[in-house]
Design a protein. Structure first.
Length: 727
């Protein structure tokens, strides 16, 4: 392992929440491969505790080349070397870290104990009374200051000794600070409850190794929380059933949980404020509180008196002239309700004019208040859950739209929103497009970040797939019948003769049009066997400009899953050549000009989950890195970030939510059986703007459309909205 040793000079950047530090080190010594650094000041980065300019530090890691900041030493481990030289010890003892101990007193101590000075202060402080002129109060001051001086390093060392990585140890220490040892002694699993970065699978073996009993109360509590979190994350429920705890518990422990132990653990979790029980339903408190808060806020908004608009018809006529449109009665009602209500849902299937209505609402709102564009954007927030959806919303409105994460100023390092109940947005009117994709925790954070009287308009299609995260918000709000809802019925997009739109509405009703099997200008069903799907798909895509086509597939694995299709299409559409650079990571080959999709939100780079781009260039000289062009936004990917990219010749239907594509090709097969159900197919079909091609067999399509399982999610928002919550 390469290392450098020297003195800390200063911090360039430091996060006190995570312990991440970028600093300068004057190198005195190094490993052979870094000998050119000796005598120089270098930049280093890593998760490191607060450093001071007096100590000597040994940093282990490797030298990297940062695209923007140049050469940096990336630290993976560190060690503070206590000085043994008299001058260095004098400097430390007479520094501000040891207030009340002047230079003369420091000299007396060092002259008596020499290189053992720090060891004496730490472990044999009473010996300091042997030094002439030293008082008992000074001894206590020295001992306490040295303990504090040494404490954070010993705590981090204790964490790494237990089995935590240096990075996790730093995160844990910076989360708990001086309370870290107390947490370690009381309950190791508390770290799992408090910190998302430390998973159950990471901490459980550490706790067992540290001596925790397999069926001890602390571990049983943690297992129950783990089961509940897995149920929430896997199925999208906001609560768990007691029976699920009993079913899944033996899969983790290989032992049944007794009723007495279950009751004892449940009581402890309630005392810890982690779980709420309501009959047989068990909620992680964060989800219970979220649903209660959402219900309470929306009910309050719904009960506020409507806003009066004296000259609505006159203003709307002017907006119609400006936009070259004539709104029918259904659309006029939606626009009027949106501008007079404090909270409203506008829902409808594809082609029903939702985006047209959003544009009209904005124009009328601006006209009513006589806002210029700059003022308008301080009063109005146009939001969507994904980058692509917000971009499309902004294009329709000819105004800036944002993802909800960006609007709330999400900090990826701390996973916190800077807009919250303590620092709210000044927006007075919020429109949320594609609101079927918004999950429970995202909505509660949004509502907390808005003023209490901010008006909220939800726009979306409740028949699409629900959010990836837990909850079923749009459908719950509509089904509660407690908020005003405008359900759009008339079809406008592509005209009422659009076969894609007709198919979507038939699917929603659980029907297959009789003429589906006849090829049309905008819709085709190509029947073939499973083994023919790949070749048929390849022939179909070559009929179009590949940049206009998106393949949508229900699942990743299988012989005709997303991963396999991407491999075939990469060779078809972007074959290997001597001029194209490529790199391989985790057995995935990325090639220049490949179509790729982003899997996580990175607001700092203005790229979000579901964004699709093209690899612009690749460099593999010193390390594997590449650059992706997302519609003109060039984003740099380091090796650690490559796991957030996938090929996007084919993507999942889930990932396509919030997007529209000129041409959609969708394979349908019983190979995807466990993922075939009505909402999934409906969502895929409604992504196509101009052309839709279905490839596969009729039986699979019929199976999917009549399988209205809806993956029904267990939530309580509808109940809370209907019945109200007193708290």
């Amino acid at each position: 392992m390469s290392y450098v040793k020297g003195n800390f000079k200063k911090a360039i950047f430091q996060s006190y929440d995570t312990g991440y530090l970028i600093g300068l080190l004057k190198v005195k010594e190094s490993s052979e491969d870094l000998h050119t650094c000796v005598g120089k000041t270098i930049t280093f980065t890593g998760y490191i505790p607060e450093l001071n300019e007096l100590d000597t530090y040994r940093l282990e890691g490797k030298m990297i080349q940062h695209q923007k900041y140049g050469e940096q030493f990336e630290v993976t481990n560190f060690e503070r070397i206590l000085p043994t030289e008299n001058d260095a010890m004098l400097d430390i003892l007479s520094s501000d870290m040891f207030k009340g101990i002047g230079k003369k007193t420091a000299e007396k101590i060092v002259n008596v104990f020499h290189e053992n000075t720090f060891e004496v202060i730490l472990h044999r402080s009473s010996d300091l009374l042997l030094v002439p002129g030293i008082t008992a109060k000074q001894v206590q001051t020295l001992h306490e200051a040295m303990l504090s001086y040494q404490g954070n390093y010993e705590t981090i060392l204790a964490l790494t000794t237990l089995g935590f990585t240096p990075r996790d140890a730093m995160r844990i220490y910076h989360f708990y600070k001086e309370k870290t040892n107390e947490v370690l002694q009381r309950d190791l699993y508390q770290i799992y409850y408090d910190m998302e970065e430390v998973s159950f699978k990471k901490i459980d073996p550490i706790a067992l190794k540290a001596g925790y009993e397999p069926l001890g109360l602390e571990r049983v509590c943690a297992i129950m929380v783990y089961i509940m979190r897995e149920v929430v994350n896997t199925y999208g429920h906001t609560y768990c059933l007691e029976s699920e705890i009993m079913t899944y518990f033996p899969r983790i422990t290989h032992q049944e949980i007794s009723e007495a132990l279950y009751e004892q653990a449940l009581l402890r979790l309630q005392e810890k404020d982690l779980v709420v029980q309501d009959g047989q339903n068990l909620y992680l408190k964060v989800y219970y509180d979220a649903e209660v808060f959402i219900a309470r806020r929306l009910r309050l908004l719904a009960h506020e008196p409507p806003i009066t608009i004296a000259n609505f018809e006159e203003i709307l006529t002017e907006v119609e002239a400006k936009n070259g449109l004539m709104y029918n009665e259904e659309q006029k009602q939606a626009i009027y309700e949106a501008l007079t209500s404090q909270v409203l849902v506008i829902t409808g299937g594809p082609g029903t004019g939702k985006t047209t209505i959003i544009k009209a609402i904005i124009d009328v709102y601006q006209h009513i208040h006589h806002y210029d564009t700059k003022t308008l954007m301080t009063k109005l927030a146009l939001l969507a859950p994904t980058g692509r959806a917000s971009k499309r919303m902004g294009e329709v409105a000819s105004l800036q739209a944002s993802t909800i994460h960006r609007f709330l100023k999400w900090n990826k390092d701390t996973n916190r929103f800077q807009l919250n109940e303590y620092h709210r947005s000044e927006a007075e009117f919020v429109i949320i497009d594609e609101s079927s994709m918004v999950d429970t925790l995202l909505l509660v954070n949004l509502l907390r970040g808005l003023s209490v009287h901010c008006r909220v308009i939800f726009v979306g299609d409740a028949d699409q797939l629900p959010s990836v995260g837990a909850g079923n918000l749009l459908e719950d709000i509509i089904q509660s019948e407690t908020l005003s809802v405008i359900a759009l019925q008339n079809i406008y997009r592509q005209g009422s003769g659009s076969h894609i739109i007709s198919l979507a509405h038939a699917i929603k009703e659980g029907n297959i049009p009789a003429d589906l099997w006849q090829e049309k200008d905008d819709l085709a069903f190509i029947e073939c066997q499973d083994q023919e799907i790949l070749s048929t798909l390849e022939k179909s895509i070559l009929q179009f400009d590949p940049d206009t086509v998106q393949i949508l597939v229900p699942m990743y694995k299988s012989a005709i899953g997303i991963d396999t299709i991407n491999q075939h299409l990469q060779e078809l559409l972007n074959p290997k050549t001597v001029t194209k650079k490529e790199l391989t990571t985790n057995e995935v080959v990325f090639r220049e000009q490949d179509k790729v999709i982003q899997l996580t939100n990175v607001p700092d780079d203005n790229v979000f989950n579901g964004d699709i781009g093209q690899i612009d260039r690749i460099m593999t000289v010193k390390k594997k890195e590449l650059w992706v062009d997302f519609d003109g936004n060039i984003v740099h990917y380091t090796p650690a970030m490559l796991t957030t990219l996938r090929h996007a010749y084919a993507i999942s239907i889930h990932k396509s939510q919030g997007s529209e594509f000129p041409v959609v090709i969708m394979p349908i097969s019983m190979v995807y059986q466990k993922m075939l159900y009505r909402k999934l197919i409906y969502t895929g079909v409604t992504r196509a703007k101009k052309q839709l091609i279905l490839i596969g067999n009729k039986k699979a399509l019929d199976f999917a459309i009549h399988r209205h399982i809806d993956q029904q999610r267990r939530t309580s928002l509808q109940h809370f909205l209907k019945n109200g919550i007193l708290f």
